[in-house]
Structure formats: C-alpha cells, structure tokens
Ligand binder design. Structure first.
Ligand code: FEO
Ligand code: CA
Ligand code: CA
Ligand code: CA
Length: 616
C-alpha cells in the first residue's frame, strides 16, 4: 500500500464523476452500507417508532442529529490506531438539527425552516428538550457480523452526551468571574455542549468535541439607542440580539433549563441574569469513551472561538503536546496549543491540556509564518488594554488575536497532520466576504466561493516551534480557476469546491470532504461541482481523485478507517435537506436514508470488495 517517500501513497481506484443525482456513488469495486441513522437506540434494540414519535428522553438514548466529526476507537485498543478492526466504539458529533426531520408535527414545514413555530407565544418544553438532546455526541459500540454487515452492539459504555449534560470547566478559565453562573456560582461547571462540528483524538486515546456555532443558540436582547450594546465576550462572537437559533429560551415556565439561553445583561432581577452562561461555550470538550461515569471536561487553554476541530502533532516522549485548531468564521484565525508539561505515554491525560501556551498564526507574504503567543502581560495583552488575567485573554480569544495582528483567514475548517512528514494541512472553506483590498498571499482570492487548502512545515520539524514555512497545497474551483501543488490545474476527475473535512490515513492519503452549503448546491457557480463529495489526494505528487459523491442536500463530513484500513466510516449530514416533504412522501428522495418517511443523517460503511485497503 505504500511506495517510496518521493512518490507518496498509492491511489489505485478509478475516479467517480461529478454527480447531481440523489444517490451515493463510490468507485468500481467498492460497496457501501448505511448504519446508525439519527434515532437508532444505543441499546442495540429496534426503536419500534419513528424519530418523529420519539420523546425527548428516547432521543437522549439514541443516536443524535446531523452526524459530523467522528473517530473509531478499536475495542481492545488503548493506543490510537491499534486494536480490533471489527469491533469498537464509534464516537461522533451531532452538530445541529433540522426541526422538520425531528418532530412529527413539523413534517410539512418548508425547506430551510430553521425553527419550530411558537404555540401560544412559547415553545413546547418537550420539543425543545428533544432538540437539545439531539445535539452533542454519541458513543456507540459497533461490530461487524459474520455476514460482513456492521451493527450496534449493546455495551454499558454506550452513552449520549447532549446539550444538557453536566460538564466540568478546566484550565485557566475554571472559576473565573466570567463563567460564574447561578448553576455554578464558583464557575467550575456548565450544562451541555452545542454545535459540535469536527473533533479530535488525544494521544492518550480520548475524544475531543469542538464547539463551533454555539453563539447563535443564545440571545441577548440588550439594546441601547437601537444599537446592540453587548459585552465584548458576547459581541465579538455574534450572540444575536434577535431570536436564538431554535428559540429554546422561549419555553414558558420551564425554569433555567431554558431561560439560560437568554443571556441579556439587564434581566428583570438577579435571578434572571444568565449573562455568563454563554461564556462557558466556545471551548473544546474532552470525553473519555472508555469510562461511562466520566464527566466531560471543557479544556479552556485551547481558547474560545468557533472551534471547528482539533488535530494533534505526533506525540513524542519528553516533548510538549501540540494541538492545532481553526476558528471557522469569516476572517478568523488558526491557532495552536503547546503544553507546558512534556508528554509521557505512561501517565498522559487531559491535565496536559490545562497548562500551556495558545498561539495564533501569522502567514507572511514571503511564505514564512510566525506563531504569536496569547499570553497575558505580553505585547498588547495587558490590563490597560482590557486583559487583566489569562482568563480574560482566553474568554476573549478572538480579541486577543486581533490585538496581536494575526492573519484573517478564509474560514478555517479541519486540520490534518501528514503521518509521513509532519506537515500540517488546513482547509479554508470559502469567504465570499473577502474584498479585493483584503486579499493576501494565504487568502489570494476576493469573494472566494471555492476555498483552498493551506499547509506548513514547522521550523526544524518541531511542532512546538514558533516559526514555520507555508504554501497553498490546493486551490479549489473549476478547471480554469484551481490548482494542486505538483499537479497543475484540477480536472474533471478532481474539481471540488468548499473543502471542509480533512483527514490523513496511516499511509498518508489525504481525504478531502466538501461542504457546499444547502443554499448553493447545484446552483450558480457551484452547480459545476454537483453534490458534495469526498476526494483522495497524494500530498507529495498532488495526484487527486474523486472517491465518493453523496445524495442531494447533504454534506460529506467525518471520516476514519479501522486500524487495518480495510473499513472506512464516512458521515452524511442532512441528506434530503434540499428536498420538500411532498417529494419525500412521493418517494423522490434517496431511500437509503429514509427512516419513518424522513431522510436522516447516517454513517456510511465503505469496504473494498476484494477486502483490500481503502483507496488502493
Ligand atoms: Fe460545522 Fe465549519 O463546519
Ligand atoms: Ca465542518
Ligand atoms: Ca462547513
Ligand atoms: Ca451542514
């Protein structure tokens, strides 16, 4: 499966064409099984009812919505990438919801309806609770049967983490005044994790769920002279002044289970003041899939922003642990964390993430780069400038990065580290708001609809270095407006737009997943690219081939293989999202994803018919 270092990994399949069709296509010689659609009970027993009929409590014991980042933890494995290739925990994020998929009474809602209508001026408590429970993370054991098919396996460690699960706050922000709430007066606890997009896997074999577009779930009604007058830790992250994303704060008489989503700073009285609830979101959450009694922990050293995901540099004995993370919003930044204490395999745990330095990236026009430290007291990050302690720096990570003059990027999504040479790759998905004046070397196109993939090599190949050398690996787009390093323009075999998911397999194949938004799919300049897809690239030669095209409406996001690389798991998020309920009812939607009459997010299991390594 591997060839010489100069040639990079073998890519042996025949590329699949662009597809506008409502179907999953993989290369000749490959097969696909669909497993764990939303609503699949973690018990391993049949649901016995449709998702729409399920209660909030039943959703909390079943696979959640909108599958995203994912990892396979082999059952006997206590080290990453070792252990069983036929039995393990699939751990996956549930990023957000589409109400018309979730509630029986919402079935007729129109495409793109984001919120359930209010009833008598408020939200139904059980519906809101079901929505909260459809968010978070699933830890579900799956195994391959004698017939080769994969299925859920009952295990006392199967569990759901939701938007209401109690969690610890760790690191410099633990106990800080900005996270003290009525729920946790000492600022050490918070309820729930929201909008978990991509993920990370620690060198000590735990799972990290990143909190991405959490700000919109809250609302702050404070207005002064018709202008928002919000605290900076709300305003810089876009906490809305109108409605929250799903109107959870609109449940009447539900107590602070729901009222906490209204973070206005001028409540009727102190008991209505939830302003700090939102400050406990925007972090990376560590979850131990091996211990069902463990409490998830928000690791605040990694900063507060629209965390897409986390990827670690290779862990080396006696060296710091290094993790990279992107802030997926228009013109935001790429960060890295370097632990203060060295990695020791025998004793490593999440505490390593609680002490260290967070840096933000500056990409210079000459191909050099610098990591700028976000350390209170250094440079502009002083009390006089509003950063009195490290907690204030971290709660206001974006403002601290602004002050340091970091490079504003075209929406950083997933990162991946090449196992062969240690280079770090990040997708920059698109940025149609970049103006001609804002173009720079790393973000070279104004009104960037198609995105690019940037990569860098740390100085002396030391992931803890503060300098690096970067280039653009791939400029996405149509044949006339694209290129891949070493291989010229993209062609019909590999044009893509809006790269998002990114993952290296152990042989060094780079898997690239696309997320053309539902509103742009098969339309305008994006029509050329068909449905969202997954491609496979050789990072050394630039050879790139389209491996999978998905059905209508979905986003391809989340990919991992078993340790033997002969089974691949890929998530399809919101298939059918661009199809009307009338068309679902008429069967005009891919029936592989139809459960109880509704198309649902699910996981694809991909194998090669000859039992070979995926991609060869
Ligand atoms: Fe949830 Fe940035 O994708
Ligand atoms: Ca994403
Ligand atoms: Ca995306
Ligand atoms: Ca999506």
């Amino acid at each position: 499966a591997a060839q010489g270092a100069a040639q990079g990994p073998v890519i042996g399949f025949k590329p699949v064409p662009i597809s506008p069709n409502d179907t999953v296509v993989v290369p000749e010689g490959y097969s696909v099984q669909v497993i764990i659609p939303q609503g699949t009970p973690l018990s391993g027993q049949p649901a016995g009812k449709s998702l729409g009929e399920m209660t909030a409590a039943e959703q909390a014991a079943a696979v959640g919505a909108h599958h995203d980042g994912m990892h396979f933890f082999p059952i006997e494995g206590r080290e990453p990438d070792q252990g069983s290739s036929s039995d393990g925990f699939l751990v996956l994020n549930h990023e957000y919801i589409e109400p018309r998929f979730l509630h029986a009474r919402a079935a007729g809602m129109s495409i793109g309806s984001g919120r359930m209508p209010l009833v008598d001026g408020g939200r139904d408590a059980d519906e809101a609770r079901k929505e909260i429970n459809a968010h978070g993370v699933s830890i579900v054991r799956i195994a391959r049967g004698a017939d080769g098919a994969w299925a859920v396996k009952a295990d006392p460690r199967n569990r759901r983490i939701t938007g209401a699960t109690p969690m610890e706050i760790a690191g410099p922000v633990r106990g800080h005044a900005l996270v003290r709430t009525q729920y946790s007066p000492d600022g050490t606890r918070v309820r729930g994790t929201l909008n978990n997009c991509a993920h990370g896997v620690t060198p000590w074999n735990t799972y990290l769920a990143a909190e991405e577009n959490w700000a919109g779930y809250f609302r702050n009604e404070d207005q002064q002279d018709q202008k928002p007058n919000l605290p900076r830790e709300h305003a810089r992250y876009g906490v809305p002044t109108g409605q929250g994303r799903y109107n959870w704060d609109q449940v009447r008489g539900g107590g602070d289970e729901f009222a906490r989503f209204n973070v206005s700073t001028t409540g009727a009285d102190a008991t209505q003041d939830y302003r700090n609830e939102v400050n406990a979101f925007g972090w990376v959450v560590e979850i131990d899939p091996w211990n069902p009694d463990s409490t998830p922990v928000k690791r605040t050293s990694l900063g507060r922003f629209a965390h897409e995901g986390v990827v670690f540099g290779p862990a080396r004995e006696g060296r710091p642990v290094v993790a990279y993370a992107g802030d997926d919003s228009v013109n935001e930044y790429i960060y890295k964390f370097v632990s203060a204490r060295p990695f020791a395999r025998a004793t490593a745990n999440g505490g390593l993430l609680d002490e260290g330095t967070l840096y933000v990236a500056k990409f210079n026009a000459d191909g050099s780069g610098e990591w700028l430290p976000l350390v209170q007291g250094q440079g502009p990050l002083t009390a006089a400038n509003g950063f009195a302690d490290q907690g204030e720096v971290l709660v206001n990570t974006r403002l601290a990065a602004d002050a340091l003059g970091a490079t504003r990027m075209d929406r950083p999504e997933w990162g991946a580290v090449d196992p062969r040479d240690g280079r770090v790759y990040f997708t920059l998905t698109n940025n149609t708001r970049r103006t001609a004046e804002q173009v720079d070397a790393a973000n070279p196109r104004a009104r960037n609809q198609f995105g690019q993939i940037i990569r860098w090599r740390e100085a002396n190949d030391d992931h803890a270095a503060t300098r690096f050398a970067w280039d653009l690996f791939l400029i996405a787009g149509p044949e006339s407006d694209s290129r891949v390093a070493g291989n010229g323009n993209l062609t019909a075999d590999n044009i893509l737009a809006c790269p998002d998911g990114l993952w290296f397999d152990a042989d060094g194949r780079l898997w690239i997943q696309t997320d053309i938004g539902e509103g742009q799919q098969l339309r305008g300049d994006l029509a050329t690219f068909g449905n969202n897809a997954m491609l496979c690239a050789n990072p050394i030669t630039g050879e790139t081939r389209r491996f999978l095209t998905g059905p209508n409406g979905q986003e391809v996001t989340g990919v991992v293989t078993t340790p033997d690389r002969r089974t691949m798991f890929v998530n399809l998020q919101h298939p059918g999202a661009t199809t009307s309920a009338a068309d679902w009812a008429a069967g005009k939607v891919n029936t592989s994803f139809l459960t109880g009459g509704v198309p649902l997010s699910a996981t694809l299991v991909i194998t090669k018919n000859d039992g070979g390594i995926i991609g060869t």
